[in-house]
Design a protein around this ligand. Structure first.
Ligand code: 6GU
Length: 225
């Protein structure tokens, strides 16, 4: 999978993918992520990419031309399965959306700033709008990093047995069960006997029961349908 991110802050998106699982995904050639500086695509003086909004009011709006020039520049090289705009008024990003996006080939992600981007870009170029939750960030970059991470770890071959996504929270509309490691007795707090039984049936049954219990307590909404 290839992901091109268009942003006014490309430096902000260097580190999130340079470590751990995202780093390995790229080293294995399973994921390519590039951050592109929107200012390289403007024809306005002083690398301007935003302007006052029509109708008045506080806050700048990202102008259509630099965005179009960036989008069309990358579209010459490849077709994109989705052109995603990161915005708090987009579709809520959930595991199901990550699963669906992880099956695509090329994604473009546009990070909004200030009051957002000119509506005409959303109407005519953007194919998908994503929000990562009901709170406002100062820009789409951190949200884009969240989306890329959630998608990247799902790509076939990225995770191994030890990091498998099979038992992730949300993967079966349930939270994950509790986990334990050595020592079996820590300050008198013991690891549940079922996990030490060596019997996969007993272990699975215990995990299912605890996952269900935790989901009922913390996220009953997940069990509704
Ligand atoms: Cl995608 N962008 C911004 N600026 N704020 C957000 C968001 C995105 N998702 C939640 N809050």
């Amino acid at each position: 999978m290839r992901i091109d991110i268009i942003t006014v802050l490309p430096e902000l998106l260097e580190s999130p993918f340079a470590h751990s699982i995202m780093k390995r995904a790229q080293q294995k050639g399973l994921l390519e992520v590039y951050s592109h500086d929107l200012r390289q695509f403007t024809t306005y003086a002083h690398a301007q990419v935003d302007d006052y909004q029509y109708g008045g009011g506080a806050g700048m709006v990202m102008m259509p031309e630099p965005l179009i020039r960036a989008i069309e520049h990358f579209q010459v090289e490849r077709t994109y399965d989705e052109i995603i705009y990161m915005t708090p008024d987009g579709e809520r990003f959930e595991q199901k959306v990550a699963n669906r996006l992880s099956m695509k080939g090329n994604l473009m992600i546009i990070c909004g700033h200030y009051k957002g981007i000119d509506e005409r870009i959303r109407e005519h170029f953007v194919t998908m709008e994503i929000s990562i939750g009901d709170y406002v960030l100062s820009g789409g970059e951190l949200a884009a990093a969240v989306v890329v991470d959630a998608i990247g770890r799902l790509l076939p071959g990225v995770l191994n047995d030890e990091t498998s996504a099979l038992f992730d929270s949300f993967q079966d509309d349930m939270l994950a069960p509790p986990v334990y490691t050595r020592p079996a007795d820590f300050r008198g707090w013991k690891v549940p006997q079922e996990l030490l039984s060596g019997d996969p049936k007993i272990v699975d049954a215990w995990r299912f029961e605890k996952a269900l219990e935790r989901t009922q307590q913390r996220r009953p909404d997940l069990l509704e349908d």
